[in-house]
Design a binder for this molecule. Structure first.
Ligand code: MSK
Length: 647
């Protein structure tokens, strides 16, 4: 077991000192975490890293040798290009399936709520009318529940229909993009059909054409974008309400020594919404158990969801999730789906913390399981909160490490909130102040810093550095997912961080913020969880439509500096299919094929087929966050020039 103090500066785990304290504590107590496991295997497998290991049949695994040495084909004759493209598609399927299942579950929840068969009611009525209108559903004279049912059925159609394009694609995409996707034959028909087709094409003896396989990746990107991201965000806004400006706190100081602490972790907010509700309702029971009350804290994207709608404070992003338990103050960690490390159970066994799984297909051996379904959500949430209360007296006080520092952060920047803020400057044409700022160059462009933290990266460093570099150069930065945790923890979502903004950007943020009663907008805008990458996409579409151009023409970029999940890769592919440049700071595992690398990363002027020629944007792989930001700034300036905007 490595000791934290044995590591030199480059081996530090986090820019967030609190997690370094806990990592050292864990190491000294002999408690394994992802950080210590990563240090025990410092070099990832070179074949897997290059994407050239094929495990699609039992004749293998086969792998392609490097530099022309060793076998250049698998036993079946698949070459490196095919194997790399096929492995990439396999990752895309994994990412898209997770998000699509999120969308399907939310659609079913809306159907059950509309039919009165669940513990949920529709709270976002205005959003319901807006989505229904977009889908062509007649709303006049109909009850809210009737409209909710029609919207839910339209959503479920996107998992069933056998012809045409997905309803949510037609609802959100620009027509020029749809035409392009149709021409290339990549427009998805329904989520399950496309995932099933993609799994078939990656299986042994099927698709062996790297170009066709890469087109399959783009289809998965569209499945993810429309059947996962947009569908989930829309329906969650309908069920739980559209997020509005909230102020909350980040860092480990949000875990309170005197309270019963419950962490919600995962992605689908159906459960975490109820945990928040019942934590408030059962606080007297916590007091009877000797606590001052119940404190819910967020981890990963469940954390982002309850932050955006309820101002629940956030304790940790993905990579440090196990270390939250090492505080010794967590009575329960409740998980739903995605990005949940199995390692949390072993860490929890060293403390009094109870890991509670809630979905039949996401179990962890040794944990408690409380079955969750929408028609017994209140009962499940009460059981879970009471389990946490019962664990409070079991704390081992000598094992507690508490922190007092928290960082204030603003969140809740849905598009509706952004438009409302802009409306205070121009009621008739709310986007105009933003467009004027972009046109004049006060804002050079827009960047979405999205995605994860990664145990093999120095936590928060890439996310924060890219953001600061872009802010300094007057780029408007929005954020989602775990990168939003990084930015918030390091003062980029409160007014202190305004010092990192270039002067003209700071002026625009102040003007908009003051119009809604704030000192300023914060330097970066928290737009939600990883499925909420639909929100920056919708913002770009609204701006492009207002200007009469395509999204691909805008001075806009995406960056995922600390990528960890295939979900981040498939989200990036959705943006690539819309012509937006996407930066990743972690190896996307395609270097084993020069052909695949060229298609993804080469510029439009290069020979041969590539994404930029087809769609207008490309994949940028750059580990160094300062260099990455410089490339993104250059791309923004190129797009400004092409649009005829001021230099
Ligand atoms: S949780 S996919 S580590 S953002 Fe959405 Fe965070 Fe990335 Fe998981």
């Amino acid at each position: 077991m490595p000791k934290a103090q044995d590591h030199n500066h480059t081996q530090r785990i986090s820019l967030d000192h609190d997690f370094e304290v806990l990592y050292e504590k864990a190491c000294e107590a002999g408690i394994e975490t992802a950080f210590s496991r990563a240090k025990q295997t410092p070099v990832p497998c070179p074949f897997g890293s290059a994407g050239v290991c094929c495990r699609h049949c039992l004749e293998g695994p086969c792998r392609i040798g490097f530099n022309g040495k060793g076998p250049q084909e698998g036993i079946c004759g698949a070459n490196g290009d095919t194997i790399v493209a096929r492995n990439l598609l396999t990752m895309m399927i994994e990412g898209a399936a997770g998000h699509a299942e999120h969308g399907r579950e939310t659609a079913l929840a809306l159907l059950e709520a509309s039919e009165g068969n669940s513990d949920y009611q529709i709270k976002g009525v205005e959003k319901l009318y807006q989505v229904a209108a977009g889908l062509g559903i007649e709303t006049n004279g109909k009850a809210v529940e009737d409209i909710g049912k029609q919207v839910a059925l339209k959503a479920l159609e996107d998992f069933q229909k056998q012809a045409g394009a997905m309803n949510w694609l037609t609802l959100h995409a620009q027509q020029q993009s749809i035409d392009k996707w149709d021409e290339l034959g990549i427009t998805p028909v329904n989520v399950h059909l496309e995932i099933s087709k993609a799994v078939t094409r990656t299986s042994m003896g099927c698709d062996a054409d790297p170009v066709n396989l890469l087109l399959g990746c783009l289809t998965m990107g569209l499945v993810d974008g429309f059947g996962g991201l947009h569908l989930s965000s829309d329906l969650q806004d309908i069920l739980f309400g559209v997020p509005k400006l909230v102020k909350s706190n980040f860092r480990l100081g949000v875990i309170k020594k005197e309270m019963v602490n419950i962490a919600v972790h995962g992605h689908v907010p159906l459960l975490s919404e109820k945990i928040v509700e019942w934590s408030r309702k059962l606080s007297e029971e916590a007091k009877a158990a000797g606590a001052a009350g119940i404190n819910v804290v967020g981890i990963c994207c469940s954390g982002n969801e309850v932050l955006m709608r309820h101002g629940i404070p956030a304790a940790s992003s993905f990579s440090s999730q196990e270390l939250v338990i090492v505080t010794g103050m967590l009575e329960a960690m409740v998980v739903d789906v995605q990005c949940i490390m199995p390692g949390i159970q072993k860490v929890a066994e060293c403390y009094h913390t109870e890991i509670i799984t809630t979905l039949p297909y996401v179990n962890i051996a040794g944990s408690t399981h409380v079955d969750f379904h929408t028609d017994k959500a209140d009962k499940a949430a009460q059981d879970i909160v009471r389990k946490a209360i019962a664990n409070f007296p079991k704390r081992e006080h000598q094992k507690i490490t508490s922190f007092t520092g928290t960082v204030e952060a603003y969140a809740g920047f849905s598009n509706e909130q952004i438009i409302e803020a802009l409306s205070a400057l121009n009621k008739e044409d709310p986007l105009k102040p933003l467009l004027d700022a972009i046109a004049s160059g006060a804002i050079r462009g827009v960047a979405a810093i999205v995605g994860c933290t990664n145990v093999r990266e120095f936590q928060d460093w890439g996310n924060v550095t890219v953001a600061k570099e872009l802010l300094k150069n007057n780029v408007l930065v929005v954020a989602t997912g775990c990168s939003a945790h990084s930015l918030a923890k390091h003062n980029l979502m409160n007014m202190q961080g305004l010092e990192y903004c270039g002067e003209s950007l700071r002026g625009v943020l102040k003007a908009i913020g003051q119009a809604v009663g704030l000192e300023s907008l914060p330097p970066t805008l928290h737009m939600g969880s990883c499925v909420d990458n639909s929100r920056p996409a919708d913002l770009l579409t609204a701006v492009a439509n207002r200007l009469g151009v395509e999204v691909k023409d805008l001075p806009a970029v995406g960056s995922c500096p600390e990528t960890h999940s295939p979900k981040a890769l498939v989200i990036g592919t959705y943006f690539l299919a819309n012509g937006v440049d996407v930066h990743v700071g972690v190896n996307p595992q395609v270097s084993g094929s020069q052909f695949v690398t060229d298609v993804l990363c080469n510029g439009a002027k290069d020979d041969g087929l590539n994404l930029e020629k087809l769609f207008g944007g490309k994949l940028i792989y750059e580990k160094d966050p300062v260099k990455a930001a410089a490339i993104l700034l250059r791309r923004i300036e190129e797009k400004r020039l092409a649009l005829g905007l001021s230099s």
